[in-house]
Design a protein. Structure first.
Length: 410
């Protein structure tokens, strides 16, 4: 068994360093579904009609989101990624949806999604082409922003392929202006820092002023090594990126791959817990028409979603690394705190981790109330600064807890 003396008072409480993009959106991390990781650029609707990128796919996801409790759980945006457009713009220079795969067009799809009480997201690229080689928006920012607004689109994921890296900032901010000019509030999801890191340290003040969330690191894959690399990158850069997160703008570690093929159930719990701690957008990329009940229950776990959507809107930090455990903490509203303990030892069985509230854990002085959320719900009851609590964590799994202070006069 292992012990940790928490040093919790850390920099967990600074408010975001700069102003967020002022479009009234993403006051909490965005929740929804995005096609890329699971469906990629599958455009063969003759051979694979159920899984190809077509209006049918989004309509079916929207249907399931309403029928199966996803919308009620908070998942709201149904998002299209790359490979939706036609290879040619129309005579007026506007983007067009592929006519065979989107016979109704995007406006009709948006109307359908809105009729279900959901929102529609679309994808474009700041450069000459999208990553998959479809027309990019360079030279067409105002035209494309207006087209998306005319179609009643609610979110734009703006990729960064085929763009001069020295002009990324100019491109992303010009598109932000073009979106604003349409008068329609469109949530703006950027990949600006991801493409800027290879050339220089991104300016997160400018990014927060421009985008509602922003990808920093590689695309997520359906594997534990991918999820782990994202967590590692985030922890390694936390002092740079976390101060820019807050209501209106968030760091985006990419999609949830829960419910697919690559993660064990413990690893799925780790992704869900840590994405909530990181105040990350919860954009699932999976097949909601066919998902295992355990993954569904995890993705719809209200207690975890409440951590994700906490009104204080602060991103959590990795606060400790000891004996192949990592401790991550997120400050919550009402002086509460969420704690995730990740067992990164990928050999052996469950290991016990002893939480000692003694050092620095002010919220347990004089008393606190501890609730375990993962891997199972357990009320650990009233604790004091002298308590020692033991949680058992499976290899590559996570124990997730919330701690609520109890003031002496209540
Ligand atoms: C455009 O920007 C102004 C000033 O920041 C803001 O007040 C307004 O709400 C924005 N409009 C849209 C549609 O984003
Ligand atoms: C970063 O961007 C902000 C806001 O646009 C600007 O005021 C600041 O000078 C920039 N910082 C650097 C180091 O370029
Ligand atoms: C501790 O939290 C649990 C779960 O929210 C709640 O049921 C219980 O009443 C709380 N106990 C105290 C003493 O606040």
């Amino acid at each position: 068994m292992c012990c940790l003396l928490f040093v919790l008072g850390l920099v967990l409480s600074a408010a975001p360093a700069s102003e967020a993009l002022d479009n009234g959106l993403a006051l909490k991390p965005t929740m929804g579904w995005l096609h890329w990781e699971r469906f990629m650029c599958n455009i063969d609707c003759d051979k694979d009609p159920d899984n190809c990128i077509s209006e049918r796919l989004y309509m079916q996801m929207a249907d399931v989101m309403v029928k199966e409790g996803w919308k009620e759980a908070g998942y709201e945006y149904v998002c299209i990624d790359d490979c939706w457009p036609s290879h040619q713009r129309d005579a007026q220079g506007r983007l067009l949806a592929d006519p065979k795969r989107f016979p109704g067009g995007i406006k009709k799809l948006a109307d359908y999604v809105h009729s279900m009480g959901l929102k529609l997201g679309i994808y474009a690229d700041v450069g000459k082409n999208t990553c998959a080689g479809y027309p990019g928006s360079l030279g067409y920012y105002e035209t494309d922003a207006q087209t998306f607004a005319d179609w009643n689109v609610d979110l734009l994921k703006f990729d960064g392929c085929y763009m001069d890296q020295t002009r990324l900032g100019e491109g992303y901010s010009n598109m932000a202006k073009a979106l604003n000019k349409t008068g329609r509030p469109i949530l703006y999801s950027c990949e600006w820092p991801l493409y800027e890191w290879p050339v220089r340290k991104p300016n997160y003040t400018a990014i927060r002023e421009t985008c509602n969330h922003w990808r920093n690191f590689n695309d997520v894959y359906d594997s534990w090594s991918s999820v782990k690399s994202i967590l590692e990158w985030t922890a390694d850069h936390q002092d740079i990126i976390i101060p820019s997160a807050g209501p209106g703008g968030w760091n985006d570690p990419d999609m949830l791959v829960i419910g697919n093929f690559g993660l064990s159930h413990d690893q799925q719990e780790s992704q869900m817990a840590l994405w909530a701690i990181m105040a990350a957008p919860l954009l699932m990329s999976n097949d909601l028409r066919n998902i295992c009940p355990r993954s569904k229950k995890l993705l719809q776990n209200k207690r975890i979603i409440d951590i994700s959507q906490d009104p204080l809107g602060r991103q959590g930090y990795r606060t400790g690394k000891v004996d192949n455990f990592e401790v991550w903490e997120r400050p919550l509203s009402k002086n509460r705190r969420a704690i995730a303990i990740l067992n990164v030892q990928e050999i052996g069985g469950p290991r016990g981790f002893v939480i000692r509230a003694a050092t620095g854990w002010n919220i347990c002085n004089p008393q606190c109330n501890v609730t375990q959320i993962l891997p199972q719900y357990r009320e650990m009851g009233v604790q004091t600064a002298h308590s020692k609590m033991v949680v058992s964590v499976n290899p590559s799994g996570t124990a997730l807890l919330t701690v609520t202070p109890i003031s002496s006069n209540s």
